[in-house]
Design a protein around this ligand. Structure first.
Ligand code: S3P
Length: 170
């Protein structure tokens, strides 16, 4: 089994929830890349965006990814944008198994609609049709990166953890 498993996919697809669950099942450490950054900088991701801007966040995210890419026996939940900047996707593919957790635009928009305010700076204040359009555009732009993953899983909330587990085992 690969020593590093990277879960990738759009905001709200459940990378952290599923990552934690599956890590426990296979005896790996779970690591949330955003959480790792927040601990290191003693700031929330939203604060980093607001104070330094997205470009600086992407550099910080890149550095965090490079660091994590030498950890052993970890499942890493990456931020939704992480695969789409620099050659991050290549780094992940070279150092572990990448799994794309696919969800439809409608699934994602519904989940993000119910997510905690203040957590995701890119969708702050967006709801309804505006949020759905943002997800549609964003997913379209990111698909070429996500599709470079070694495995792609999709399914209902009930099925997805098993599918990620199977993708790791096969
Ligand atoms: C982002 C996704 C977020 C976080 C930041 C930017 C993105 O992570 O890294 O707000 O560009 O899609 P989640 O995918 O965990 O929400």
């Amino acid at each position: 089994m690969e020593s590093r498993i990277y879960l990738i996919g759009y905001m709200g697809c459940g990378k952290s929830t599923i990552g934690k669950f599956v890590a426990e099942k296979i005896g790996y450490t779970f690591l949330d890349l955003d959480g790792f950054i927040e601990e290191k900088y003693h700031k929330k991701v939203a604060e980093i965006f607001n104070e330094f801007g997205q470009d600086r966040f992407r550099e910080i995210e890149r550095a965090a990814l490079m660091e994590v890419s030498s950890f052993e026996k970890v499942i890493v939940a990456t931020g939704g944008g992480a695969p789409c900047f620099f050659d991050n996707m290549e780094v992940m593919n070279k150092t572990g198994l990448t799994i794309y957790m696919f969800m439809t635009v409608d699934q994602l928009a519904a989940r993000l609609e119910n997510s905690r305010p203040g957590k995701r700076p890119l969708i702050e204040g967006k709801t309804g049709a505006e949020l759905r359009q943002f997800v549609l555009d964003g997913l379209g732009a990111r698909a070429p990166f996500y599709s470079q993953a070694s495995r792609k899983v999709e399914g209902s909330d009930e099925e997805i953890a098993d599918k990620v587990y199977e993708a790791i085992m096969n």
